[in-house]
Design a protein around this ligand. Structure first.
Ligand code: SD4
Length: 329
C-alpha cells in the first residue's frame, strides 16, 4: 500500500541520481531508448487545465500517500472550475440543453468505477470512486447513478446552465447543426494518470462530453479501456478527443497492452493513434484525439491525431505544459 514514506522515498532516489556520473549514464541510456526520462512520482494530465489538477494531485500525494486519492482530487479542481465549459456542471449542454457528465477512475490493481450520462453531480469522479469502492459494479448510468449519489448523501445541484453555456446553447439552437469542432472548443476532457514512488499507478477521467451531443450519448471517458486504463504491471493511459473514435479501438487499453509488449509510452501512443486514424478514415478530417501514458518505470509519452494537443507534466523537477507530437502535421 502507498504510504507517505513512499512519496519521500523518491526524494532520496532523486538525490542519489543527482550524482553526476550516474545521472549522465542513466539519462543517456533512457533517452536512447524512449526519448523520455524516468520520474516517480509523476502526474500527466490532458490540456492546460491539467496544470492546476496536477498541482493538487501532487500535494494530495505528498500529504496522504494515496495515489488514487491524488488523481481523484486532482481532476476535482477542473470539475469545480467555473471557467470550464468542457468538464463538470459548468460545461456545455447536450441538444436538449441538459449537462450530462461522464467519469471514470481506476487503480493499478484493476479496481475501477465509472458513471455516465449523469446529471446534477458536481463531482462525478467522486461518484465513480464510490461505485468502485461501495458497489459490486463497475459502471452506473443516468438516473441509477443519480439515485446512488443520493443514497451516498451527495448533494444534487440545480440544473442551471452557466451563463456562457446558455449563450452558446442559444447560439447553437439557431442552426441546430451537429458538427463537432476540432480541438479546444469541443474536446477538453481532463484525463490524468499518476504513479507514486513505489510504482503504484492510478488514473481518472472526467468530462461533460461533446457539446450539443444527442441526449443519452456516452463518450469514451467513462468506459474502462477506452478513455482510461491502468495496470500496475505495465502502466496507465488516458484519452481525450472524439470519444467515438477512441471507443472503436479500445484506445487506452491498447496503449497499455502495447507497453506490455515492450513499447515505450511514446511508441505505444503513436501506434494507437495510427490505428485510430486507419479505423476512422471516414471522419478523419473532422476529428481530434490524443493519448497520454506513463509506464511503471515512470517514463511517459503522448500522441495525437493532429497538432494542438498538449498535456501537463508534473514531477520533482518539472511542472510544465508539453506539446504532443501528432500523426498529421
Ligand atoms: C467525449 N472524449 O465525450 C470526450 C470528449 C473529450 O476533450 O475528450 N474532450 O468524447
Amino acid at each position: 500500500m502507498t504510504t507517505r514514506r513512499n512519496f519521500f522515498k523518491f526524494t532520496l532516489l532523486s538525490a542519489t541520481a543527482l550524482m553526476p556520473g550516474i545521472l549522465k549514464r542513466s539519462a543517456d541510456l533512457i533517452s536512447s531508448r524512449t526519448g523520455s526520462d524516468k520520474h516517480v512520482p509523476l502526474f500527466l494530465s490532458t490540456w492546460n487545465h491539467g496544470m492546476a489538477a496536477n498541482e493538487k494531485a501532487w500535494a494530495v500525494l505528498r500529504d496522504s500517500g494515496q495515489i488514487v486519492t491524488a488523481v481523484e482530487e486532482g481532476v476535482k479542481v477542473t470539475e469545480a472550475d467555473p471557467s470550464s465549459r468542457t468538464v463538470g456542471l459548468n460545461g456545455l449542454p447536450d441538444r436538449e440543453g441538459i449537462v450530462t457528465l461522464d467519469a471514470s477512475i481506476m487503480k493499478g490493481s484493476g479496481e475501477c468505477g465509472s458513471v455516465c450520462f449523469v446529471r446534477q453531480i458536481k463531482h462525478p469522479i467522486t461518484l465513480a470512486r464510490k461505485v468502485m469502492e461501495k458497489t459490486p459494479h463497475v459502471m452506473l448510468a443516468g438516473e441509477g447513478a443519480r439515485q446512488f449519489a443520493i443514497s451516498e448523501n451527495m448533494t444534487l445541484e440545480e440544473e442551471e446552465l452557466h451563463p456562457e453555456a446558455e449563450a452558446a446553447y442559444q447560439e447553437w439552437l439557431r442552426e441546430k447543426e451537429y458538427k463537432p469542432i476540432i480541438n479546444i472548443e469541443n474536446h477538453d476532457t481532463i484525463g490524468m494518470v499518476g504513479i507514486d514512488a513505489s510504482g503504484n499507478l492510478a488514473g481518472s477521467c472526467t468530462t461533460s462530453g461533446l457539446s450539443f451531443k444527442m441526449h443519452g450519448r456516452v463518450g469514451d471517458s467513462p468506459i474502462i479501456g477506452a478513455g482510461l486504463y491502468v495496470d500496475d504491471e505495465v502502466g496507465a493511459a488516458t484519452a481525450t478527443g472524439m470519444g467515438e473514435s477512441i471507443i472503436k479501438i479500445c484506445g487506452s487499453f491498447l496503449v497499455v497492452e502495447l507497453m506490455r509488449q515492450g513499447r515505450s509510452p511514446d511508441e505505444a501512443c503513436r501506434e494507437v493513434v495510427h490505428r485510430l486514424v486507419s479505423k476512422n478514415r471516414k471522419d478523419i478530417d473532422n476529428l481530434q484525439a490524443g493519448f497520454i501514458a506513463v509506464n511503471k518505470d515512470g517514463e511517459y509519452g503522448a500522441h495525437a491525431v493532429r497538432p494542438g494537443f498538449n498535456f501537463a507534466l508534473r514531477h520533482e523537477t518539472a511542472n510544465k505544459m508539453v506539446d504532443s507530437p501528432s500523426h498529421f502535421e
